[in-house]
Write a protein that binds this ligand. Structure first.
Ligand code: ZN
Length: 149
């Protein structure tokens, strides 16, 4: 288990340092900003959608390693997914990050399970969920800036 844990940590560090899908997305039809005042994490999600599918999703921003790694992993998980699937993934991720049993959702979560350990650090949960709350608002066209408070 500790080896697995170390592997997970390596993946988080890797994504925190070299986030995937990082940068603005040309022709994004949805742009949404999110802010986590507890830690100071700020990010912007860019998306293009087509027929209820997420065609492209990218992000940029400044934040702690957890917030950046979580957003990086999220964009990888979401590319090509239907909005309804993304909603399901949001719920599964929320359970994971709250420390609830995620055995039934392991296939759905895929690489996102590397963030399971964050549940042990309540102060960091909002860092990991910022991108997801921002995405949820972006998909459902909520108007206001997102705060995880
Ligand atoms: Zn943070």
């Amino acid at each position: 288990m500790s080896e697995l844990r170390e592997l997970y940590q390596q993946l988080i560090i890797d994504h925190g340092r070299q986030p995937r899908n990082f940068g603005p997305l040309d022709n994004a039809d949805i742009i949404k900003e999110g802010y986590n005042p507890l830690c100071g994490d700020r990010l912007t999600i860019y998306m293009t959608t087509e027929d209820d599918c997420i065609k492209e999703v990218m992000f940029e921003g400044v934040g702690c390693a957890i917030s950046v790694a979580s957003a990086s992993l999220m964009t990888q998980a979401l590319k090509g997914k239907r909005i309804a699937e993304a909603d399901k993934l949001f719920d599964a991720f929320h359970e994971l990050i709250m420390g609830n049993d995620y055995a039934d959702n392991e296939d759905l979560l895929g690489k996102l399970i590397v963030l399971a350990g964050v549940a042990e650090f309540p102060a960091r949960v909002k860092c990991a969920t910022l991108c997801w709350h921002t995405l949820r608002a972006a998909m459902h066209h909520s108007e206001k800036e997102i705060s995880t408070e």
